[in-house]
Every structure is written in C-alpha cells, then in structure tokens.
Design a binder for this molecule. Structure first.
Ligand code: F6R
Length: 250
C-alpha cells in the first residue's frame, strides 16, 4: 500500500486525477471502477479540465460504478447515475453505452446484481477502482459486518450512512433504505485500487482501516490485503496515520 499525502483537498484531487489519467493514457480502453460522494468530485473536475485542454480522451474508456440507491430513477437528482452524469460523464467524451451504474429501478434487484457481476466479468474485470471511504469504514455500500466474500448485492443501509446522506435529501425520511453495491469481492479483484480521503473527520477511520486489524467491522481494512492499493489523502485526513508511525509519500 502506497500512501500519498497532499497538502489540501485541491492537491489531493490533482494527484488522484493524475493517477487516473495515467491509466487512461496508457490503456485508453481501460475499465475504471468509479465512485460517487463528495471526495472524488475534485478529481473529476480536474480530469474534465484536462479533457477540455485536449490532454486526455475517454473515447474508448469503459466505466462501472460502485453503487446505486434502490428505488431512485437515473433522473432523480440524488441518484448516483445522475451524480455521475452531472459531475463527470456529461463533460467528457466517454460513450454513454460504455458507462455502467447499477439500475436503481430494476424490478428484480437481486437479478440486476447478478447481471452486474456478469457485466464486470464480460468487461474483463476492473483495471483501476476508485474508492472513497465512509466514516464507519464502508467502501461502496459495504457496511460494517457485511461478509467480505460478497459480489454485487442488495444492502440495507446503516443508520450512520442514512444520517450522513440525509444532507442531500429534503429530509432524512427521503433517504432510500436500500442500495445495490459491488461487494468487497468485486473491489478486491480490481487490478489496482485508488482510495481518496479528505478532511479531519476521516482521520480516525483512516487510521483504523489502514493500521488496525483486518475485520468486516471496518470494511476498508480488507484493502490492506490487496497487492496494489494507492491511498491519496490530504494532511487533515492522514495526520493520525502519520502520528501512528506510518510512512507517507510526499
Ligand atoms: C460512493 C460510495 C461511498 C462513498 C463514501 C465516502 O459511491 O460508494 O462509499 O465513497 O460514503 O463518501 P464521501 O466521499 O462523501 O465522504
């Protein structure tokens, strides 16, 4: 695991975008595993900027997103499909048919999850999986206690996740209670993983996840066992790791 410390959110985002763009340049038809949430937005902005400058093209790139709320249409402003369109896909030259997000309106979510696993296999697996991390250590919607062996599946959201996401909805009651998410197994079979973390509020869980025991109680801790993980964080998110003696790259 390589851990890069950047001064602030902007520098962290630029570094994450650099890593993603290197993949796209070296393998234009690569499969990117993508994440929503607030942390990767700066990296997406930077990639859009480089695309507009002509430094980068996504015309052959394929993408698979980690997760989606069950019950939200792609046009719902809080759906993850909507997030990806408005924060990234609508601003670059990726072909719409090459972008994949679990279908929140699937009549049979379990069948849709199985089909998503098959899709990932048909694409040849994920070259680079981008991840954010929740305050409880969740990755995707893999909440504490979820089995590590699962592939894409339907989950009931933890109360803490509903609380954290309530800020995006008119009220807490409107936050969907279920989601479809790639499982830890899908994530761990990605060839490379890039984790982005930002802010003091992540410092504690970052330390637990990357220096604590590997346990389903901290889903991101499994990443310690992946052979090719890069963590990119800002000083605020990484300072507890540094204080605990972890070597950070500058
Ligand atoms: C997003 C996702 C989540 C977020 C996590 C961190 O697709 O699967 O696991 O990465 O909740 O979210 P932020 O970046 O908003 O702190």
């Amino acid at each position: 695991m390589r851990i890069y410390q950047s001064e602030d959110y902007t520098a962290m985002s630029r570094r994450a975008a650099n890593i993603i763009s290197a993949h796209v340049i070296l393998k234009p038809n690569c499969v990117l595993g993508l994440a929503t949430g607030s942390t990767p937005i700066g990296a997406y902005k930077q990639l859009i900027d480089w695309y507009h400058k002509g430094d980068l093209s996504f015309s052959e790139t394929r993408s698979v997103n980690l997760d989606e709320y069950v019950g939200l249409s792609p046009h719902h402003e809080q759906s993850y499909r909507y997030f990806m369109q408005s924060n990234f896909f609508d601003h670059i030259d990726i072909k719409p048919e090459n972008t994949h997000v679990p279908d929140g309106l699937a009549k049979d979510p379990d069948a849709a999850c199985a089909a998503y696993n098959q899709l990932i296999r048909d694409l040849g697996g994920i070259d680079l999986q981008l991840l954010g991390m929740g305050h409880n250590g969740h990755i995707g919607f893999n909440e504490p206690g979820n089995a590590f062996e699962l592939e894409t599946h339907q989950v009931t959201l933890a109360d803490s996740t509903i609380d954290a996401n309530a800020r995006f909805f008119a009220s807490r009651d409107e936050v969907p209670r279920h989601a479809m998410t790639m499982g830890v197994k899908n994530i761990m079979t990605a060839r490379k993983i890039l984790v982005v973390v930002s802010g003091e509020d992540k410092a504690e869980i970052v330390c637990k996840a990357f220096r604590g025991p590997v346990t389903p109680e901290v889903p991101a801790s499994i990443l310690q066992l992946h052979p090719d993980v890069t963590v990119v964080g800002d000083r605020a998110a990484l300072h507890k790791l540094a204080e605990a003696g972890e070597t950070l790259c500058g």
